[in-house]
Ligand binder design. Sequence first.
Ligand code: C2E
Ligand code: CA
Ligand code: CA
Ligand code: CA
Length: 281
Amino acid sequence: AKAQGKGRLAVFDEERNARQVARYRLAGSMPEALRHGQFFVHYQPIVEFSERRAVCAEALVRWRHPELGVLGPGHFIGLAEDSGLIVELGRWVLEEACRQAVAWAHAAPDGHTPLVSVNLAARQCQDDRLPGQVERILAETGLPPDRLQLELTESAVMDDHGKPLRVLWELSSMGVRLSIDDFGTGYSNLSYLRSLPVNGLKLDRSFVHGLGAAGLATDPVELRIVAALVQLGRALGLTVTAEGVETELQARRLEELGCDLGQGYLFGPPSAPGPTGPVQL
Ligand code: C2E
Ligand code: CA
Ligand code: CA
Ligand code: CA
């Protein structure tokens, strides 16, 4: 039995090794994948509850891998953060999203430019060159600064002493909108929020789940938690967006609670940019 146990351990080690090797290989092939145009961006509509009108689109990156097929960001964003490639990849996504928003504006009958929202990794926020990069991309694409929203997580925008990073003020003074992503999942205290130059909060989908995911009723405790988070956001004058809205019940609850915007499969999955985009204005 003992020998057998050892054998099993060896198999586990081998599996773990194989996984590591696969990860290294994937990470190693990313720079070339970026050069060869294997990354692409899908856009998911963000909808106003009252009118059910898309007012924004979130850019979500994917990788068309020659052997593995299409990979979601869960497979490679972490690797890119570890290797540092996220700075280059993130800049590419930003540029691509800004170009796309300008293309939608040209296609719109009234020339109105939709808001486009782009995720930033912690590594990008900690890079002093970020504001300059954003400024240059806006100038080159011609996207007005207030048509760009950047989504940053709570942990990414604080320094080691729990103080907000300076880049936040630089970005916000350029007129770019800032939104706290995955709000509620971090463990920072809430008092910092008051001092941050942000325009919005995105409630993580784990909170939205309890409001009545498919086949489930609304959980009264979860409802009170989301109510408190929405009220907090509104008290601070922030636009509150709920992620992961999948059912009409969730949408109704969120609208009742005064949540401004929603995003999720109910309104539309992330998809390739059409000529006028997921944003119908
Ligand atoms: P996120 O910022 O929380 O983005 C929302 C994720 O939820 C997306 O997953 C989206 O496809 C998924 N989603 C949307 N609606 C629903 C719904 O109704 N139900 C459920 N269950 N899921 C829904 P995706 O595209 O796989 O992206 C995962 C994460 O990868 C994102 O989470 C974001 O943190 C990160 N990510 C994506 N693109 C980028 C990027 O360009 N840069 C960086 N740094 N991170 C990115
Ligand atoms: Ca509304
Ligand atoms: Ca996001
Ligand atoms: Ca989330």
